[in-house]
Design a protein. Sequence first.
Length: 319
Amino acid sequence: MKTNPACFNVATLTRALGAAVSIVTFAVVLTSAHAQSFTYSDFSSAALTANPLQINGSAVAPVNNGTTDVLRLTPAQSGQAGSAFSSNAVQLGSNASFSTAFSFQLTNGGGIGDGTLNSPGADGIVFVLNTGSNSVGSSGQGVGYQGISNSVGIKFDTWQDGAGFPQDNDPNGNFVAMYTNGSTNTASLPYYTPSTSMKNGDLWYAWIDYNGLTDELDLRLSDGVNSRPSTPQLSETIDLNDSSILGSSPAVYAGFTSGTGAAWENHDILSWEFNNTYNPIGAGGNNVPDATSTLGLFGLGLSGLAALGRILQKRPIVS
């Protein structure tokens, strides 16, 4: 039986429309399946609308640093305390595993010195996971992390709290260390000292991964080069599943703290990605992967709809 090529059957229309919608729906489902993970390529108003943050104290976003919109945890002023956390608790994967990567920049340091050859500026930033609240933080030598219970914190410290600060026992004024439950005492902990100062004004990149199967917490750090180091500069074995720290399969608030005292600097976070499973970021060399794969799915669905529209323009619909 011959058909009229000028006519477009409703069944054919239905199948074509269904295929296009299915592609778009698949893209939406794929995105939703990873809703516990998030990416900030910057901290523009659009980015913060898409993924709101709980911003506390002296912290402000967006702040334009002359190049991009950043999350400024503290301005370069004395006596500041700022933090920013996910608005909602994030459910971690099995055994409290997670991976995160972010870039930061510390500028305009000033105030009193720490008695070393370290350049002016204080006190640094801490990446924090905690199960209690998204509004925690404090000022001064604790870098905003001191006293936060049921937590893990990776501190990027830029001012030596040595004599007179027995609660800290900083080894120097330029180091990274890992802590739990709001302690900032480094006396018995391993630490990493970069060969250059973290407050040199460069854009720094950090990658942090926790494999709950092995209890290994790893830090990788790079000064000015957006390429994940092949081996971590700092590793610790910590059981974050312990009920006294995060607990088993915890829901956590993820974010950053900072503080200043009589010395100060701008503490800026420029980009951030967080995965709620052990899924190391940047294996391909980038700090924040682009979203072209997901957008491509949307584009494919939209292309299907566009093609359908062209067909409809050419062929009348008949029942």
